[in-house]
Write a protein that binds this ligand. Structure first.
Ligand code: CO
Length: 154
């Protein structure tokens, strides 16, 4: 396992549409392990593979509700609305308010290729929406009504 460099806004990889994972093999498991280590080292709520320069549809989420590995995730439904602040490990030192659905249902595969569904609401739903956007080259700053510089908490 290794902590990977988190690419910053301006890098073309962050704007790419990522490819579906077809092989649930050691290469994927190594990627997921690196993403777990990286998101924890960076104290993030989530991380998408393109943020460590891998254009694959892989996301990890690390929040109060638990730690989740989402491979080839896609929305089944989105309901309601919430408005609130977001930041991104690829847009360091910034924060912006974004409108997101309040509740989402997704379908995804785990690291072994098994299919699951997951329902999330509130911040969990926001984190999923933010990370899934990364897989299509979309950043929260594209959707935020305002982006402000925040003090570094470290
Ligand atoms: Co992000």
């Amino acid at each position: 396992m290794a902590i990977r460099y988190v690419v910053q806004v301006g890098e073309p990889i962050l704007r790419q549409k990522c490819e579906l994972v077809k092989k649930f093999d050691k290469e994927l498991w190594d990627l997921l392990d690196d993403m777990k280590q990286t998101v924890r080292a960076e104290d993030g709520a989530g991380l998408a593979a393109p943020q460590i320069a891998v254009a694959k549809r892989v996301v990890v989420i690390d929040i109060q509700e638990g730690y989740f590995e989402l491979v080839n995730p896609k929305f089944i439904s989105q309901k309601g609305e919430q408005f609130g602040p977001e930041g991104c490990l690829s847009v360091k030192g910034k924060q912006g308010n974004v409108t997101r659905p309040y509740k989402v249902k997704i379908e995804y595969r785990d690291r072994f290729g098994k299919k699951h569904t997951l329902t999330a609401e509130d911040f969990f739903a926001r984190a999923i929406c933010h990370e899934l956007d990364h897989l299509d080259g979309v950043l929260y700053i594209d959707k935020a009504v305002d982006v402000v510089t925040v003090e570094d908490k470290d």
